[in-house]
Write a protein that binds this ligand. Structure first.
Ligand code: FAD
Length: 411
């Protein structure tokens, strides 16, 4: 996409811009406010259509496979303007992340014959309806079972005390030693490299510690089949959107397909919409909104307080892991919601120590934290309200452990 965009003179790129807010006039999204990261200057863009493609929100959780930018910004910006979010309770865990970094040990490891074993070296998946255990990989069985079932099995093993405690939480082992050095280096060279670099483990000689890590958010900004949101002029595509395509649990690789298809749809729909509009003007009302947003950025820079961004963020991600993780129940979800509300209150008292203008990453972290808090709250409230189990949302209460299609066969 980057290279393609460079080939067109009529595409103006604004690299290193961080978007903080949507501008809305008469229920029509008419632009955005951004920080130019290179200079620190706040800038306003007005337009008849805005397409959000800001990615998912996996960083709401402590253990995740996602990049540092996956902080739910688009979801939060839309939500703050009253745009509908949907399916926020559906959060996919990947069963085999490296504990210290979340880096993925891909399904390919298990496809080649890697085994998941507990602290006793036992292939525990056979105890959770995924067996029988065979020597060769079998599609949809044991280690090649669905991501959610494998993550749930890990949770049960941990409850039974059959996982291994580490400073990064409990782990099980991905054992690939039997595949042999030549085979591993030929078929999984990157995996060997990553395990050594990030975990200090050579898969040829040692089992690799792994644990479930949040991988994908099925929920997001509600869109229709044309990528349009509930706000006129606002479109969303990719992981920030909830097009409904992934249901309660995305199948691996469907994300790329989704944004290739809906990226085109969003572009075409937005272009058609813009052609039918009068040219957008920087009206008094938009100017006032933009000014308020710019004042907000400056106020946040200058604000003094006694709360640390890092402390709140750590508390948030651990709270989500403990209260809205692989399995959920009302008691935990409510306690998590109370905790997140308390963190939202503490967030009002943060102070940005870095007062510089250019590349002020602390300022961006502050914005991201505010957005993460919004998204976390939406996830908790949605999870509380879905009193059934489906896909990536599993409830522990005996009356909610099954699908309830009568009441919940809906987004
Ligand atoms: C390790 C890993 C492996 C994966 N493997 C696969 C796979 O094999 N197949 C598959 O289909 N899917 C896979 N996925 C999922 C898939 O990669 C993601 O769902 C997909 O990349 C999301 O694309 P996106 O364009 O929606 O968002 P992203 O790729 O996350 O891009 C979002 C962009 O928005 C920018 N942005 C965010 N907030 C702001 C802001 N406030 N202002 C300005 N810019 C902002 C970010 O900097 C970023 O450039 C994988 C995910 C991970 C983590």
């Amino acid at each position: 996409l980057f290279q393609t965009s460079l080939q067109f003179d009529n595409i103006v790129r604004y690299d290193e811009y961080f978007c903080t807010e949507l501008l809305v006039e008469d229920d029509h999204c008419k632009g955005v406010v951004c920080i130019d990261i290179k200079s620190g200057e706040a800038k306003t863009f007005i337009a008849n259509a805005v397409i959000l493609a800001t990615g998912g929100a996996g960083r709401v959780y402590q253990f995740n496979t996602n990049g540092g930018i996956v902080t739910g910004d688009g979801m939060s910006m839309a939500y703050r303007k009253g745009v509908a979010l949907r399916d926020m309770e559906f959060v996919q865990y990947h069963p085999t992340g490296l504990p210290s970094s979340g880096i993925l040990m891909t399904e390919g490891c298990r496809g080649e014959g890697g085994l998941l074993v507990n602290k006793d070296g036992y292939r525990y998946l056979q105890d959770y309806g995924l067996g029988p255990a065979s020597d060769k990989p079998v599609k949809k069985a044991m280690e090649l079972g669905p991501r959610d079932r494998l993550s749930q099995a890990f949770w049960h093993e941990r409850e039974k005390g059959r996982t291994v405690k580490t400073e990064y939480g409990d782990v099980v082992y991905l054992d690939m030693r039997h595949l042999g050095e030549d085979y591993l280096h030929e078929r999984l060279p990157m995996i060997c490299h990553l395990a050594e670099q990030f975990e200090g483990v050579d898969p040829v000689t040692d089992p690799v510690p792994v644990r479930p890590a949040v991988h994908y958010t099925m929920g997001g900004i509600r869109t229709d089949i044309h990528a349009a949101t509930s706000l006129t002029g606002l479109y969303a595509v990719g992981e920030c959107a909830s097009s409904g395509l992934h249901g309660a649990n995305r199948l691996g690789s469907n994300s790329l397909t989704e944004f290739c298809v809906f990226g085109k749809v969003a572009g075409e729909t937005a272009a058609d919409f813009v052609k039918k509009q009068a040219p957008v003007t920087f009206s008094d009302s938009l100017q006032q909104q933009a000014q308020a947003a710019l004042d907000g950025i400056n106020a946040l820079r200058r604000q003094s307080g006694n709360e640390s961004i890092a402390d709140i963020r750590k508390a948030l991600t651990l709270t989500m892991e403990d209260h809205c993780g692989i399995y959920r129940e009302e008691k935990l979800l409510k306690a998590g919601l109370d905790e997140v509300n308390a963190l939202i209150e503490r967030y009002q008292h943060i102070e940005i120590k870095d007062k510089s203008e250019a590349f002020n990453t602390e300022l961006l972290m502050a914005y991201e934290l505010g957005m993460l808090l919004d998204v976390a709250k939406a996830m908790l409230v949605s999870a509380l309200n879905r009193t059934e189990s489906r896909g990536a949302h599993q409830r522990l209460e005996p009356e909610y452990t099954e699908r309830d299609d009568e009441n919940f066969l809906k987004h």
